[in-house]
Design a protein around this ligand. Sequence first.
Ligand SMILES: [Fe+2]
Ligand SMILES: [Fe+2]
Length: 184
Amino acid sequence: MAKKSDVKGAFLTDIQTLRKRAREHIEKGAVTPGYKADRDTVIRILNEALATEIVCVLRYKRHYFMANGINAQSVAQEFLQHANEEQMHADEIAARIVQLGGEPNFSPEGLATRSHAEYVEGDSLIDMIKEDLVAERIAIDSYREMIEYLGNNDSTTRRMLEGILAMEEEHADDLASLLEELGA
Ligand SMILES: [Fe+2]
Ligand SMILES: [Fe+2]
């Protein structure tokens, strides 16, 4: 176990121990012995989040092209912007999985099952917006749970998820405003 210094600042690991520990298992890169979260669980939930983001990209892309077809340019642009932002989230999450020593799961097999949110095509513009809003609300709750689960055990992952959560909240707000404007 790490020796704690018994002088001032007793909660800090002493310098010698810190230096020695850093030299052990250097193949683990950013994951040091001080990493407190359950790495396998974190990688698993991040892969579920990755699947969710990919499904959201696909759904928003479908909605973007369909809305374009029915001459709803401003709504289509909103869908496209969300699609691009969900893609950014997917990339951030995949990069963090690798940093934690895991592998991002991009397999199309089982994608819809791994995802929290659903892929619903929607028959009308209003339907599409409603389905996107439902998906965002699912994402908001699942990110919030992940953040609570991580607590102070992996602050880097938590901060990343907090950033994503804030954007999902913006997305949900955008969609709710669109519904209102369209009188739905
Ligand atoms: Fe997202
Ligand atoms: Fe979103």
